[in-house]
Write a protein of this length. Structure first.
Length: 203
């Protein structure tokens, strides 16, 4: 299994044209069904969002907590957690999804821009179509896509693959060098140790 540093190097070397060809072969067109924006079987929607993406979505009326919540794994039991997930509404759906539409579509995070595709360097099975490209189940798969749109999507997929690994490496560094010394639950992200509302813990 490759290390994160190795995966980052591999992500940077991904061939956009090859990825685009693979996307054309698979076929994809978003049907706007909302399946990737809504809760699943009593589990809330959970999609990672990075600090820069949170700030891009902040407005005078929209604070950090309106956009992102601590990644729930471990946090709900009172322990620290790593990174952030998109905020959800009372139904567990993405807070930006309403009336069948995304209210921040042009600013949506990388994970939303690239779904249902991802890059997986750890596994080699039938889900991998080409050059480590992974496609999750999605009603939009097998629909025709132009080469121009496929190449645009391929660039986004490569950028996400790079950003995912850069963020993970930075989180590891923060976790190992920035000890949490209070009883208050905290979130480690690529920028440091933060309160659940996104404020950095002061020394």
């Amino acid at each position: 299994m490759p290390t994160l540093h190795e995966e980052l190097a591999m992500a940077k070397s991904l061939n956009v044209d090859a990825l685009a060809e693979a996307i054309v072969d698979i076929g994809f067109e978003c049907t706007q069904c909302g399946a990737c924006c809504t809760a699943e079987e009593n589990a809330p929607h959970t999609a990672i969002i990075f600090p820069d993406e949170v700030r891009d979505l902040k407005t005078a009326e929209r604070d950090w907590e309106d956009i992102a919540r601590p990644m729930p794994f471990g946090f709900e039991t009172g322990t620290d957690t790593l990174e952030w997930a998109l905020q959800v509404d009372d139904c567990g759906d993405c807070t930006f999804y309403a009336d069948g539409e995304c209210s921040v579509y042009e600013q949506r995070p990388l994970i939303c821009q690239t779904y249902p595709f991802d890059i997986d360097f750890e596994h080699d099975d039938q889900r991998i179509s080409h050059d480590h490209l992974y496609a999750s189940e999605c009603p939009g798969l097998e629909n025709d896509i132009s080469r121009e749109d496929a190449r645009k999507l391929a660039k986004q997929i490569k950028q996400r693959a790079i950003t995912d690994r850069q963020e993970s490496l930075a989180v590891q560094e923060q976790y190992s060098t920035n000890p949490h010394t209070t009883d208050e639950p905290a979130v480690y992200d690529s920028e440091g140790l933060k309160h659940p509302d996104g404020r950095i813990f002061e020394p």
